[in-house]
Ligand binder design. Structure first.
Ligand code: 8Y7
Length: 272
């Protein structure tokens, strides 16, 4: 995967949690997950992001064994059945390792490899890794977060994490940066990040934006139901790409793909 501003990539979200689907049964969960991923591929996803740990504000943590049991069988099956990269959304080094052995080729870590051992594992695995900024932990992060300058503080964080990755032996071109919409940010912070997204280009690395169905969209639309945030989310993704995002992490692949086609044509790029 190379930096290509003209061909933004769509990362489709695949959450494997017991409450993700209406039927709590494990077997059906697995089948629904595979079908959902395949549908996103048909709709134009470029990456499938498999996650077994809820990282939503206020979420409780999941044990390593539970996370492994949820995601590894799905990654193994998907690796055989789809031909686009699979990313693993995890902060746990052992899950990263097993996921890559099962066929994942990107690590998506909302904790930016700060867990003990994470840097070394990713250096050894030699895969792409997304470093996301968050302030605080999912349990506490929305308790009145404060920044002198939100973009400057995130850039400082990126500088530190890039340095830590290089020190650990991770090649710079493996890194993807993500300011982490909604992770320890107020609505005003999120809007400023979106407005100033191209400030993050200074690192000359791929940039990822994830704002799909998030509460910032709901707050702007005065809309509490995440399922009715699709148009707002697509609009947010388009603004992020216009401002320099290379990858957008979304739930609504088909809608995002259509909108990106329009943006690309208007910007004079070929339709991908
Ligand atoms: C993000 C993410 C989530 C994001 C990246 C949700 C796992 C919350 N958000 N990963 N994960 N960026 N890289 O609402 O913004 O999807 S979970």
């Amino acid at each position: 995967m190379t930096i290509n501003a003209k061909n933004p990539m769509i990362m489709g979200v695949l959450n494997i949690t017991p409450d993700s689907f209406s039927d709590g049964g494990k077997y059906l969960n697995f089948d629904v997950a595979i079908a959902t991923a395949k549908r996103m591929v048909v709709q134009g996803a470029d990456i499938i992001d498999v996650g077994g740990e809820s990282t939503r504000p206020g979420a409780l943590s999941v044990s390593e064994a539970d996370e492994i049991a949820r995601v590894i069988p799905v990654i193994k099956a998907l690796a055989d059945q789809i031909n686009i990269p699979i990313s693993i959304d995890t902060s746990k080094p052992q899950v990263m390792k097993l996921a890559v052995e099962a066929g994942a080729s990107i690590i998506n870590d909302v904790n930016a490899l700060q867990a003990p051992g994470a840097l070394d594992i990713v250096a050894a695995l030699g895969v792409d890794v997304c470093l996301m900024h968050q302030k605080g932990t999912p349990k506490t992060m929305q308790n009145n977060p404060k920044y002198a300058d939100v973009v400057d503080e995130i850039c400082q964080f990126f500088e530190n994490r890039i340095e830590a990755c290089l020190q650990a032996g991770i090649a710079k071109d493996k890194l993807i940066l993500d300011p982490g919409f909604g992770f320890g940010k107020t609505l005003a912070h999120n809007l400023e990040i979106l407005r100033r997204f191209d400030d993050f280009k200074r690192f000359k690395l791929r940039l990822l934006a994830g704002l799909s169905r998030k509460s910032m969209i709901g707050a702007l639309l005065n809309n509490a139901d995440a399922k009715t945030r699709v148009i707002g989310s697509v609009t947010g993704a388009i603004i992020a790409v216009q401002n320099g995002a290379n990858i957008v992490r979304v739930h609504d692949v088909l809608e995002t793909k259509d909108a990106l086609k329009i943006l690309q044509v208007v910007n004079g790029d070929k339709i991908g």
